[in-house]
Design a protein around this ligand. Structure first.
Ligand code: FAD
Length: 371
């Protein structure tokens, strides 16, 4: 069994640590800040199908893994995802599109009256497609649970130390700490979200993974949404965003989503290529969200946060061995779906690290060419 060093304590790093330790590998995970400090602790908390047939298996495997974590209390059936549309024709088109990408989601168009019936907190005037997916969880819960599982299986988790791969003559030797420390390892897994590109190849020659910053707002309110709610264009979020023309902050691009867990409701979110101050956008997001869910206008804001989606150019993660460096592996670039597909992808990479024949689809390999 190899000694494996993991860089990054997000959902991917923690999943990989738990899975490697379960199989008997000796694992050390290094996190520059604290577990879940990136998007894995600050996302919207929707475990949902990623609308991409190539990623569907990763989602299913992730749900199966989450079912084994008692902390998450995943219900037997999903609560359902409502993709909202002002225009009934838009909802029909979206349903047809999903039917070809993911027929198992059983897309069904709801007219305005049906929408109000199944989701009474919504304002009038919305049609929707209802999909058989969606498990709301507290945003940081999965990462924390997997971190605990990894520790209980003997993985060593180090927080507060930034590290990078230690490579000599095209072969990994371990990792180098920012404090000058050296940690030998047989294999190194880069699971550092949007920071992964420069760790895999400091010269910038490898695949770019760009940060797309998202602000979400947390509100407290007695009655929440029964489903996960998303503006129907949500599939367009899985893409790189360009720097906006100079303009007012009120022009900032956002798409409505709402994920309710008990009396806490996370609404989102923005899509910008630079960091933003979440507090400055909280009221704007609540104002926009109130057009869909009027009761949010009177709800108490209990938090606002920002984090970065690790966005690849083709909307798919990079999995497996890094060409040209023996012993270096990567699992990163999950964009807006890392909580829903990350643990499933970590499992494929763990298999590869442990020497099993790779089952990573060609369209997800670390060495694929992305236009
Ligand atoms: C606003 C928002 C909402 C989202 N909502 C959802 C959702 O509802 N459902 C869903 O499926 N996905 C969602 N996502 C996407 C999901 O959160 C991410 O895809 C996922 O968290 C990425 O996980 P990761 O482990 O790859 O990266 P990260 O969570 O970014 O973790 C990487 C870690 O690596 C650490 N690190 C970086 N460099 C170093 C270094 N040199 N040394 C040591 N450590 C290092 C970082 O500190 C960080 O903790 C959302 C994202 C955003 C931004």
């Amino acid at each position: 069994m190899p000694d494996v060093a993991i860089i990054g304590g997000g959902i991917i790093g923690c999943s990989a640590a738990a899975l490697l330790a379960e199989r008997g590998a000796s694992v050390a995970l290094f996190e520059q800040s604290r577990l879940g400090a990136g998007a894995s602790g600050r996302n919207s908390g929707a475990v949902q199908h990623p609308f991409d047939p190539l990623l569907a298996g990763l989602y299913r495997d992730t749900v199966a893994l989450y079912r084994t974590l008692p902390e998450l209390q995943l219900p037997e059936a999903p609560v359902g995802l409502l993709l909202l549309s002002r225009d009934p024709r838009g909802a029909s088109l979206r349903a047809a599109e999903v039917a070809t990408q993911a027929p198992d989601l059983a897309p069904r168009v709801l007219d305005e009256a049906e929408v109000r019936d199944v989701e009474p907190i919504l304002a009038a005037g919305w049609s929707a497609v209802v999909l058989r997916t969606g498990y709301p969880i507290p945003p940081q819960a999965a990462t924390e649970a997997l971190g605990r599982l990894a520790t209980s299986r003997g993985a060593h988790l180090v927080e507060g130390l930034a590290v990078r791969p230690w490579v000599v003559d095209g072969r990994v030797r371990g990792i180098l700490g920012q404090d000058g420390s050296r940690h030998p390892a047989d294999a190194v897994l880069v699971a550092a979200g949007p920071w992964s590109g420069s760790l895999v190849d400091p010269s910038g020659g490898w695949q770019p993974i760009a940060p797309t910053y998202g602000v979400t707002v947390q509100l407290e309110m007695a009655a929440g949404a029964r489903h996960i709610l998303e503006e129907g264009l949500v599939h367009t979020i899985n893409r790189r965003v360009e720097a906006p023309e100079a303009g007012a902050e009120t022009d900032i691009e956002s798409l409505f989503s709402m994920v309710s867990v008990g009396t806490t409701h996370t609404i989102g979110s923005t899509f910008v290529p630079h960091p933003v101050e979440p507090e400055r956008l909280a009221e704007l997001l609540v104002e926009r969200a109130s057009a869909l869910v009027p009761s949010l206008a009177a709800a108490r804001i209990i938090g606002a946060r920002v984090c970065a989606r690790p966005q690849s150019a083709d909307g798919r993660p990079f999995l497996g061995s890094v060409p040209g460096v023996d012993g270096l592996f990567v699992c990163a670039g999950h964009g807006p779906w890392g909580i829903s597909t990350g643990p499933g992808s970590a499992r494929l990479v763990v298999d590869m690290i442990l020497g099993a024949r790779s089952t990573i689809p060609d369209g997800l390999t670390a060495g694929r060419v992305v236009a």
